[in-house]
Design a protein around this ligand. Structure first.
Ligand code: CA
Length: 337
């Protein structure tokens, strides 16, 4: 390691300092070794990039329309060239209105062909962002309920579908209850939800997280499903504040996508979005900004997610890299139409 570090330093010197180049030229052996290592490092980076670009089929399950982070998560997902977004399902309360909002945002971003399926309707009202899409109708909003679409999509792509669940887990619980046979055909679920180390202030103790609170019995079904499960809980997400400066840099692009995100953020009504959901989206797309550990996690009747005894059932995301993640959001979203 030390040896590699020394060579790395030499590479850096080689690139940035003429004086060091002269010195290195006096020792051709070192120069050759340095260039060889530089080549190896370059190959490693290219291989890393290839790994990131691994194709992945995703269904996004979202409660878009209340907090603002779902809109950003949808946008970063469609911006990934390696992601095939097979469809979007909506969950929690007024799911049909959430479907309208989803479909309009997809259309603006140049992905109006992605099908949108509403989940089971509930009593909770969608919030202010709906005004942006209240008159929007599209054939991409399907009559087929979310659960039926999920079943059909998983059956058609056995072992290949990742569900990114960034709202209450109602649709997935309905799916597993009605069609338990699809569990073994899902590749993975990546959840934004729960907390095992911290609360919303990024300090211990963990608290009941919103998405789990909205439907604790559903969360219990999903956590106990046996499907490979990754959890972007508060310890990996609550610090992801997209500051006013970040927003100005993004909105300055003035594209239909960034204009839409600016409008939705304004309607949402607060100054600084926390991009909780985007962490799950990034991980599912193969762009990790965290480390992870396998743990056994249980859901209490109140909706607390806590460590328990037993076989590890959840890959818990930890050690988030905040600045890299926020920068990635800007550089990714500016590529959209
Ligand atoms: Ca959400």
């Amino acid at each position: 390691m030390i040896r590699q570090q020394n060579y790395k330093n030499l590479v850096v010197s080689c690139i940035f300092s003429n004086g060091d180049i002269t010195r290195l030229l006096e020792d051709k052996t070192i120069l050759l070794s340095t260039l060889t290592l530089y080549g190896v490092m370059l190959m490693t980076r290219i291989q890393g990039a290839d790994k990131v670009a691994e194709p992945v089929k995703i269904v996004l399950d979202t409660d878009i329309g209340d907090d603002i982070d779902d809109a950003y998560a949808l946008a970063v997902l469609v911006a990934q060239k390696n992601v095939t977004l097979l469809g979007v399902t909506t969950t929690f309360g007024e799911t049909a209105k959430r479907a309208q909002l989803t479909a309009k945002l997809l259309k603006v971003m140049g992905h109006g062909d992605v099908p949108v399926h509403a989940g089971r309707e509930g009593v909770q009202k969608i919030r202010e962002q709906y005004a942006w899409a209240k008159d929007y109708h599209s054939r991409s909003i399907k009559k087929e309920p979310a659960v039926e679409f999920l079943r059909k999509t998983i059956e058609r792509n056995p072992g290949e579908v990742t569900v990114v669940a960034i709202g209450a887990l109602t649709n997935l619980a309905d799916l597993f209850t009605k069609y338990p046979e699809v569990k073994s055909k899902l590749k993975r679920i990546v959840i934004m939800g729960g907390a095992v180390y911290v609360g919303y202030n990024n300090q211990a103790p963990p608290v009941i997280e919103w998405n789990i609170r909205c439907d604790p019995p559903a969360a219990k079904i999903v956590y106990e499903s046996g499907v490979p499960l990754t959890m972007a809980g508060l310890e990996a997400t609550t610090m992801m504040q997209f500051s006013v400066e970040h927003q100005k840099r993004l909105y300055a692009h003035g594209t239909p996508t960034t204009d839409a995100l600016a409008a939705l953020t304004y309607l949402w009504g607060n100054n600084v979005p926390t991009l909780f959901d985007g962490v799950a989206a990034a991980w599912a797309a193969g762009v990790p900004f965290c480390d992870s550990e396998m743990r056994h996690v249980e859901v209490t009747p109140e909706g607390l997610t806590k460590f328990g005894e037993g076989k590890p059932n959840v890959e818990v995301l930890i050690h988030p890299r905040k600045e890299a993640f926020l920068e990635w959001n800007i550089t990714t979203l500016e590529t959209l139409k």
